[in-house]
Design a protein around this ligand. Structure first.
Ligand code: C5P
Length: 414
């Protein structure tokens, strides 16, 4: 990524000596960016700050002047001291850049390549990696235009540290609150550290499928998409180029390189079949239907018809069919959720479906469907490699990706 990093006093982590360019845009979370500057300085980074016109309405530039020990830049037409062009000088200076908070307006402009102030013009000129920490009301965050812009930016290689859930300045509660400064610092550290999946192409499936019975009814399951999304985010954070294929879900998809939404198992099979030949790792976390109605009624089935029997036929096993045609360098990871004889079934599935690794989801109150926590056991060969206690799905994803990195290294040696 960057080759001209300097080492300096103030820590020896990935941020020590790094030049971080911070863009502050006009959201109420702008005040939190003052502690972000302090934390970055404490980690050994040099920080320069660009503020938009909106940002200076929320926080005085002097605050950032003092904390960063550099004059804050706001004007695209003002030349640097030694002459030259301000936005090019700033863009060339940075080892990494971060927008915190990023408003919906900034996302839209950056996605479209608009350059109408110092922040947007400098972002266009950046060659260094850019991390974006959005902050807005939940309705805005989930709105179609913002989703489109986030997807476009992710496809351009921009990284996101996604907003958390909690109390919002508008008085509502929900998703949209800017990630905490500590989390942004961690994400910048990951951005600057060489990733152990740098350039690896990872294909992730997530969510559930819906199998239509008639135009208004379908068969599905309770998968929320959270585990698959955590895996996609973790892989992207570690440098992978991530393609995500997901069925219906309960949470917004993470911003990774390519996202395809599907509905039925048949659509998922087609989308994965297209993407699989170009991936190095498949993480098959989707809860794909095992059965689908033998026939879909063309019209809504009437209750007056009395008792109803729906004939179900098995859905082809996508994972097994993809693993069947895997090439030597490809690694396939299956997932299983068992309610009885879990470990024996997990080992059997690993072999039957020709997976390199199999992740067993424990079923319990704090694990499995619809919650933010999970407990997993990972099998490889005929061995149980490890199991976790109940942890966050992000933590479980990090452990699973560690296992993927380990399995790839073993595969490379054999
Ligand atoms: O056999 P079982 O459904 O428990 O296996 C779960 C694993 O198989 C998961 O990785 C799931 O994504 C995958 N699967 C599939 N196609 C199906 C059903 C499950 O790829 N039709």
């Amino acid at each position: 990524m960057q080759t001209r990093r300097r080492r300096s006093k103030g820590g020896n982590g990935p941020l020590a000596g790094a030049r971080i360019l911070l863009f502050v845009t006009g959201g109420i979370a702008a005040y939190k960016s003052a502690s972000l500057v302090r934390l970055l300085r404490r980690a050994g980074a040099s920080v320069r700050v660009v503020m938009t016109a909106g940002a200076v309405r929320f926080v005085q530039p002097l605050t950032f002047d003092v904390l960063s020990e550099h004059p804050v830049c706001t004007d695209v037409f003002e030349s640097p001291d030694g002459g030259g062009v301000r936005h090019i000088e700033l863009a060339n200076w940075a080892d990494a850049a971060v927008v915190a908070p990023a408003t919906a307006d900034l996302l839209a402009k950056a996605a479209a390549g608009i350059a109408d102030d110092l922040a947007t013009t400098t972002i266009l000129a950046l060659r260094a990696p850019l991390l974006i920490a959005p902050s807005m009301n939940e309705a805005m965050w989930v709105s179609a235009p913002v989703r489109r812009n986030v997807e476009r930016l992710a496809a351009d290689g921009r990284r996101f540290v996604e907003p958390g859930t909690g109390h919002l300045a508008c008085g509502e509660a929900g998703a949209g609150r800017m990630a905490e400064p500590e989390e942004i610092v961690r994400a910048l550290g990951v951005l600057l550290a060489p990733g152990d999946l740098d350039g690896v192409r990872v294909l992730v499936s997530a969510g559930r499928t819906e199998e239509e019975i008639d135009p208004v009814r379908y068969l599905s399951n309770r998968s929320s998409g959270r585990m698959g999304f955590a895996l996609a985010r973790e892989a992207a954070g570690r440098g992978a180029r991530v393609t995500l294929v997901h069925g219906p879900v309960d949470v917004p998809a993470p911003a990774v390189n390519r996202v395809t939404a599907v509905r039925s198992a048949a659509e998922m099979k087609r989308a994965l079949g297209r993407a699989f030949p170009r991936c190095d790792v498949l993480l098959m976390a989707a809860a794909v239907a095992d059965f689908t109605p033998a026939r879909r009624a063309g019209n809504k089935i009437k209750r007056e018809n009395g008792q109803l029997a729906v004939d179900l036929v098995p859905v082809p096993d996508i994972l097994a069919s993809l693993a069947e045609r895997k090439k030597p360098g490809q690694l396939v990871v299956g997932f299983a959720l068992e309610t009885e004889d879990a470990e024996r079934n997990a080992r059997r599935k690993l072999a039957d479906k020709k997976c390199d690794l199999l992740v067993l989801n424990r079923v319990g109150e704090k694990t499995g469907f619809g919650v933010d926590t999970n407990a997993v056991a990972v099998f490889g060969g005929q061995r149980k490699l490890f199991e976790t206690p109940v942890v966050s799905k992000d933590e479980a994803a990090a452990r699973i990706i560690d296992a993927v990195v380990g399995a790839r290294a073993r595969k490379g040696r054999s």
